[in-house]
Design a protein around this ligand. Structure first.
Ligand code: ZN
Length: 378
């Protein structure tokens, strides 16, 4: 469903972005001069060419769902689509779902057909890690059909050579929060997502911070309990192993809680049990309350360490499980307060995401639309 009325097909972008060619007619003689210093490239933003707003395709790939959109230079989502992630071990089935979701978004945005994308500047993608970056070969922990899958190259091929930039989904979230979201006034930002997994991305000095291999910001694997359980990454005591939705549900089940969504042996496989746990906590269930408080506490401990390490303006928190209500948030804030001592770290703002459904799409589009801040520059 689109969010704006009126014509939704953006104007095609002029193909020429180099020096300006000026043609003047003087009587019978036509002279053509080419400016050696372009004035077009000195406009304030690369998101505007010749006064026309650009737009980009965006794709957010999660373990349980795909979301696609067309995002313009103002951050407006002109067309959008969602599909469940197919449960398959066939990499081509998963890829076909991703391409289909993008085609659905093009149709929703008023484009003429699945191959009508001439007016788009590129395709930005956020996908679960790990991945080889910036090559874009992905092996997401929660998408077993893709192991070393050349997603960036395949998407570029499928969309007629359109530029494709791909990054970790939590890094896309950070770009989105900084560009148009909760952290848009911040110079130093950490965006965290607490969902099926726990992820994060960093904006430092106003630019996305990639790290040596593109993996900076993996806050889910900060150790919050050295004696804690083993994590999917292979290490022990990671934040994700304690605070993610499925791990929190698993802890509650072990303590005797039962989800109305699934029998105990099947619970925790999707977000439904996490939502049921939040509902049970709100209704006063003691085990559910303790489980959410345990998760929020672990996140708060990790964020306190991040505040001390990076000297941040703001930490934004998104993800389905972060919307579990005040028990989670009270524990998070209490732990962050208890574990920050120095004044600069105590000054960090910790805020829920204000647009959790669109911020990841906007961030993926920002890789394309605002490259000076969010694209890899080598
Ligand atoms: Zn880990």
């Amino acid at each position: 469903m689109a969010t704006s009325g009126g014509p939704r097909h953006p104007d095609p972008v002029p193909a020429t972005t180099g020096p300006v060619t000026v043609t003047t007619t003087t009587g019978p003689v036509t002279t053509t001069t080419t400016a050696t210093t372009s004035t077009v490239t000195t406009t304030t933003s690369t998101t505007v060419l010749g006064g026309r707003a650009r737009a980009a395709l965006a794709l957010d790939i999660g373990g349980t769902k795909l979301a696609a959109g067309i995002v313009d230079a103002t951050g407006a989502v002109l067309g959008r689509a969602r599909r469940p992630m197919p449960k398959t071990l066939d990499p081509e089935v998963t890829f076909a779902a991703a391409v289909g979701c993008l085609h659905d978004a093009l149709a929703d945005g008023g484009f003429g057909g699945p191959y009508d994308y001439a007016g788009l500047a590129g395709l930005g993608v956020g996908c679960g890690g790990p991945m080889l970056w910036p090559a874009g070969e992905v092996s997401p922990l929660n998408i077993p059909s893709w192991r070393g899958f050349p997603l960036r190259a395949r998407l570029q091929e499928a969309f007629g050579g359109l530029p494709v930039l791909l990054h970790n989904d939590a890094v896309a979230l950070a770009a989105g929060e900084h560009w148009m979201g909760t952290g848009r006034d911040a110079r130093h930002l950490l965006a965290v997502t607490v969902s099926t997994g726990v992820g994060g991305g960093l904006v430092l000095d106003g630019r996305l911070y990639h790290g040596r291999t593109g993996n900076a910001g993996h806050v889910g694997h900060i150790v919050v309990d050295p004696g804690g359980p083993r994590c999917a990454c292979g290490a022990y005591g990671c934040l994700e192993a304690i605070a993610s939705g499925p791990r929190t549900v698993a802890w509650a089940l072990e303590a005797g809680w039962r989800s109305p969504e699934h029998p105990a042996e099947e619970a925790g496989a999707d977000g439904a049990d996490g939502r049921a746990l939040a509902a049970a906590a709100a209704a006063g269930d003691e085990i559910a309350r303790a489980a959410l408080a345990r998760s929020g506490n672990a996140v708060g401990v990790a964020l306190a360490s991040c505040a001390a390490t990076f000297d941040l303006d703001v930490i934004t928190v998104a993800g389905g499980f972060s919307q579990s209500g005040p028990i989670f948030w009270d524990a998070l804030r209490a732990a962050a307060d208890r574990h920050t001592g120095m004044e600069f770290a105590r000054a960090v703002r910790i805020e829920p995401s204000t647009a959790p459904n669109d911020v990841a799409l906007r961030g993926a589009a920002a890789f394309i639309l605002v490259p000076e801040r969010y694209a890899w520059v080598g």
